[in-house]
Design a binder for this molecule. Structure first.
Ligand code: COA
Length: 147
C-alpha cells in the first residue's frame, strides 16, 4: 500500500522499490553529499526510515528520516529530480514523512538547508531559536575527492 497518493505522485517506504542508481547519482552530485560513495548511501538507507516519491512507478524523489522513532528525527537527503520539480512532489514527500505513524510524538525534528527554508516553513519548521545551544562536528570533505 502506498503511504500517500496525490494526483501525480505516490510516496512509499518500501526499500525494494528504491532506485539506488538514481539516489546515488543525485546525492553524489549534491551540494551537501558531494562524492558520497554508493556503499555509504546504501548503509544510510538501511539504517534510516526512507521515503521514495514515484510517478508511473518510476522513482522521482527521495528523503530519509534519521531517527530513533521515539524522540528525535533528522530530515536528510531530500530531493526531487529536476524534471518533476514545482509540481507538488516535494510537498507530498514532506507531508508523508511528517504523517508517518513511526514518527509521531517526537520531541524534535531537525534539518539543514541552503535555500529551501520556504518549503519546510510550510510544515512548521522554524529557524533555530537558540542557535548558540547547538554544536556540530562537520567534515564537508569527508568523502574521497570532495575538495
Ligand atoms: C527542494 C525540492 C525537494 C522541492 O521539491 P518540489 O517538488 O520542486 O517542491 P513542490 O512543488 O512540492 O513545492 C515546493 C514549495 O516550496 C517552496 N520553496 C521554497 N524554497 C524552495 C526551494 N529552494 N526549492 C524549491 N521549492 C522551494 C516553493 O515555492 C513551493 O511552495 P508553493 O507550493 O507554496 O509555491 C526540490 O526543488 C529539489 O530537489 N531541489 C534540489 C535539492 C534540494 O535543494 N533539496 C533540499 C535540501 S534541504
Amino acid at each position: 500500500m502506498p503511504l500517500r497518493m496525490t494526483a501525480n505522485y505516490e510516496i512509499s517506504t518500501d526499500p525494494s522499490r528504491f532506485d539506488l542508481d538514481l539516489i546515488h547519482d543525485f546525492l553524489r552530485s549534491s551540494y551537501w553529499a558531494r562524492n558520497i560513495p554508493r556503499a555509504t548511501v546504501e548503509k544510510g538507507i538501511r539504517n534510516s526510515l526512507c521515503f521514495g516519491a514515484f510517478a508511473d512507478s518510476q522513482q522521482v524523489g527521495f528523503a530519509r528520516a534519521i531517527t530513533d522513532r521515539a524522540t528525535f528525527a533528522y530530515l536528510s537527503d531530500v530531493f526531487i529530480v529536476p524534471s518533476h520539480r514545482g509540481r507538488g512532489a516535494g510537498k507530498a514527500l514532506i507531508q508523508a514523512i511528517l504523517d508517518h505513524p513511526e514518527l509521531q510524538g517526537l520531541r524534535r525534528w531537525l534539518l539543514s538547508t541552503r535555500d529551501a527554508h520556504g518549503l519546510y516553513a510550510q510544515f512548521g519548521f522554524q529557524p533555530l531559536a537558540e542557535p548558540d545551544k547547538y554544536m556540530t562536528i562537520h567534515k564537508p570533505n569527508v568523502y574521497p575527492g570532495s575538495h
